[in-house]
Design a protein around this ligand. Structure first.
Ligand code: FES
Length: 122
């Protein structure tokens, strides 16, 4: 493996069949709650902070999944702000941002890749 993953830690979240299709679940990883999304129709997975940066409420895992010109997004269920699941940027024209995390699916299990140098140790 290359050196680019030296501070990355792979954390097992659970089996694929535990995840909502075309929806999200939340998982606690260290001190963080992370929302993990399964776009079954695209066979793609994404993860971001569960806390919406607008109010800090832990709601994004219950958000609606969507597509913004090919870019996957989640729509906050509270006030409908849209967040890109690739960049974490707020797509509703405001200066909010969520952290996004790589999701790895291997042998029927779902893992998150977390930066272990930023206090996310489990
Ligand atoms: S809490 Fe998410 S948009 Fe207001």
């Amino acid at each position: 493996m290359g050196t680019s993953i030296k501070n990355k830690e792979r954390v097992l979240i659970g089996p694929v069949f535990d995840f909502e299709k075309e929806g999200g679940v939340s998982a606690k990883v260290g001190e963080k709650q992370i929302a993990i999304f399964y776009f079954e129709s695209r066979n793609e997975w994404y993860a971001c902070d569960n806390a919406c940066p607008h109010t800090g409420d832990m709601v994004l895992s219950r958000g609606f999944l969507g597509d913004n010109n090919g870019e996957p997004k989640v729509v906050c269920p509270l006030h409908k702000r849209n967040f890109s699941l690739t960049s974490g940027d707020c797509l509703s024209g405001e200066n909010y941002k969520v952290n996004v995390y790589p999701v790895i699916v291997e042998n029927g299990s779902v893992y998150l890749e977390i930066d272990s140098s930023s206090g996310n140790n489990v």
